[in-house]
Each structure stands twice: as structure tokens, then as C-alpha cells.
Design a protein around this ligand. Structure first.
Ligand code: COA
Length: 326
């Protein structure tokens, strides 16, 4: 027993900021951002929250799958930017959708989160514990972004993507996943609750301290991504005895156009197999892969039987690749 994606959905806030808007906040330019990252604009929450976006993306995925929320027995939300600490975002989504039979929990693995949520759901389906899983990546990174740091604020955006995975009898593939906590400082964000919350006297000045917002060594993360993602993909194909020619699409975490191009080059694969939508959303962490998957699904680009590689990488450090048959 394994699982198959039978529906996808996504949601992006209607408010957008393009590179010219960012250039009003920090010293940068549309030209610089596009050349170094490929990002043109990003969607930013106003009324929306991580939970509301997750619920909407989940609802759209269920509609796409032609399933009712009551049929779902597992909801996994991957997020690093939930607006709720307790109860978890997945339980809040359950409440919104009326998925009364679902077991719900969150998963925190940053930009690798959706790949790990997919693997987790697949393991549960394979073991027969659950039949129908709703997996969601949802992020409000604008809440964690230092809007005074031009090295990071140009990159990120908000949004959510979801997939319904259903148990079925077909070939199971083994995923590849790696973590290296020793290199975690390359991309970090300290919890606002680490001391002031415990003391119960949150100082508004301290609240906005840099360390409570995302900090990144951009060059280190870039180097890590362009080396480890191709290695993980090679390892994945080797483990599953699948040739590159058999892969229809490589759906990579949408961090940076140059990273995606470099991965394609290192793998010796055509860039045509690497769809991108980061120009529209920026880096939405765990939401980026399911948003792209949903766009491709709705455009009719994904055909039954196609082999697709999902690959994520990011804070932790964490990275991994999974193989699925559409
Ligand atoms: N606008 C204009 N200039 C900028 C800038 C900006 N937004 N950000 C940095 N610069 C400047 C730097 O100050 C530096 O100037 P200097 O040479 O005078 O010191 C110069 O541009 C080069 O900086 P550097 O940090 O080396 O740029 P880069 O080519 O590495 O690009 C990133 C920076 C962040 C775009 C790039 O490192 C990157 O994309 N890294 C990966 C980040 C990522 O994807 N993270 C998430 C992974 S999940």
C-alpha cells in the first residue's frame, strides 16, 4: 500500500508588493532583485493568517479531489510561521473544514517541510494507519521578515498550498532526507517566547529585535542548496533505480531562480523540466512546492503516470527529495 495525490489547492493573499515597493523600504532595485533572485513580486497577508490560508488551500484541494472533509483522517500542516501556538494550526484547519474524523498535527522543517509532510503522510498510508491525508504548507513569512535587511526582505512572501493524498495500491518509492543541525546558524530565527514571554513582561522595543526575525548568511545558504539538492536527487534516483529520462518534472522549493538553474545544470537536465513561479510569490518556504504543484495541476500540465521529483531545502539545515507518480 502507498498513496497518490488526488487533489491540490492553493491560496495567496491578494495584496502584493513588487520590487519597486521593496526599494522604498531598503536600498535596492528591481533590476538587482530580479538578476540575483528572479523574484518580481510577492503576496503579503493583510486580513489573512497562516491558519486561514491553510484552511482555504485545504478546502480547494478537497474540492479538486472531489472529497468531503469528513473523509480525511489525517491533517498535517507544515509551517514555521503559524499565528497560533496552541492549538496547533492543523487542529484549527480541522475546525474550519469540519474534518471531524481527522488526527491533526503540525510539522516544522522550514522549506523542506512540505516534502517531509508528504513523506510522513505516505508512511502512515503505507502502514494502513490512515486512508486519506490532507497535507498543507502555509506560511506568513512577512511576520518573521526583517523589513530593514535588504539581504533577506527581498526574498520572502506569504501563501499556502495543499494536497490530498489517498491510499492506493501502486509502486512505492523511497524518499531521501537529510539534516545537519551543526550548520543551523546559516538561517535562523529565535522564538519571541524564549525569555521575555516567560517573564511575562514583553518589552515592545525588544519585540522587534533582529534576532526575533529571520537572519541568514545568504552565500552559505546558496552554496548549500546548489550542492546538496542535486546530490539528494541523484541519491533518490539511484535508490529507486529510476533514470533521469523517466522524470517529467522536478518541482523544487522556489527560493531563487539561480538556485533552480544551477540544480538543473548540475543534474544535466533541461531547465524546461524545472517549472518556476517564484517570480510571482518569492520564497514562501513550505508553501512553495504545493503552490507550484497546484498551479501545474490546474493548468493540466501534470499527466497521470508521470514521474515527478519534489525537492526541498532550507533552515535546519534540512533537505530532501521524494519521487511520486502522478
Ligand atoms: N540590493 C542591492 N544590493 C544588495 C542587496 C540588495 N537587496 N543585498 C545585498 N546587496 C549587496 C551586498 O551588500 C554586497 O555589496 P558589497 O559587495 O558592496 O559588499 C553585494 O550586494 C553582494 O552581496 P552578496 O550577499 O554576496 O550577494 P549575493 O549575490 O550572494 O546575493 C542573495 C544575495 C541573498 C540574493 C543570495 O545570496 C541568495 O539568494 N542566497 C540564498 C538565499 C536563500 O535562498 N535562502 C532561503 C533558502 S530556503
Amino acid at each position: 500500500m502507498t498513496g497518490k495525490i488526488c487533489g491540490t489547492g492553493s491560496f495567496a493573499p491578494s495584496f502584493t508588493m513588487d520590487n519597486h515597493d521593496i526599494a522604498k523600504l531598503v536600498e535596492t532595485s528591481d533590476e538587482w532583485i530580479q538578476e540575483r533572485t528572479g523574484v518580481v513580486r510577492r503576496h503579503i497577508i493583510r486580513e489573512e493568517t497562516t491558519v486561514s490560508m491553510a484552511a482555504e488551500a485545504g478546502k480547494r484541494a478537497l474540492d479538486n479531489a472531489g472529497m468531503s472533509a469528513k473523509e480525511i483522517d489525517l491533517i498535517l500542516v507544515s509551517t514555521i510561521s503559524s499565528n497560533v501556538v496552541l492549538p496547533c494550526a492543523a487542529c484549527e484547519v480541522q475546525k474550519e473544514l469540519g474534518a471531524v474524523h481527522a488526527t491533526c498535527f503540525d510539522l516544522s522543517a522550514a522549506c523542506t517541510g512540505f516534502v517531509l509532510a508528504y513523506n510522513t503522510a505516505m508512511a502512515y498510508l503505507a502502514s494502513g494507519v490512515y486512508q486519506n491525508a490532507l497535507i498543507i504548507g502555509s506560511e506568513s513569512l512577512s511576520n518573521l521578515t526583517n523589513w530593514e535587511d535588504r539581504g533577506t526582505c527581498i526574498l520572502f512572501g506569504d501563501g499556502a498550498g495543499a494536497a490530498v493524498v489517498r491510499a492506493c495500491d501502486q509502486k512505492a518509492y523511497i524518499p531521501v532526507t537529510h539534516s545537519d543541525g551543526a550548520r543551523g546558524a546559516a538561517l535562523s530565527c529565535t522564538s519571541r517566547y524564549d525569555k521575555s514571554g516567560l517573564a511575562g513582561n514583553v518589552d515592545p522595543q525588544e519585540w522587534m529585535e533582529d534576532r526575533y526575525l529571520m537572519q541568514m548568511d545568504g552565500r552559505a545558504v546558496f552554496k548549500f542548496a546548489v550542492k546538496s539538492v542535486p546530490q539528494a536527487v541523484e541519491e533518490l534516483l539511484e535508490k529507486n533505480q529510476v533514470e533521469k529520462e523517466e522524470i517529467a518534472w522536478y518541482i523544487l522549493h522556489q527560493a531563487n531562480r539561480r538556485i533552480v538553474e544551477s540544480v538543473a545544470k548540475r543534474l544535466g537536465e533541461s531547465i524546461e523540466k524545472f517549472p518556476m513561479n517564484l517570480q510571482e510569490y518569492g520564497n514562501t518556504s513550505s508553501a512553495s512546492i504545493p503552490i507550484l504543484l497546484d498551479e501545474m495541476n490546474r493548468k493540466g500540465l501534470l499527466k497521470r503516470g508521470q514521474k515527478i521529483v519534489l525537492a526541498g531545502f532550507g533552515a535546519g539545515l534540512t533537505w530532501g527529495a521524494s519521487l511520486l507518480e502522478w
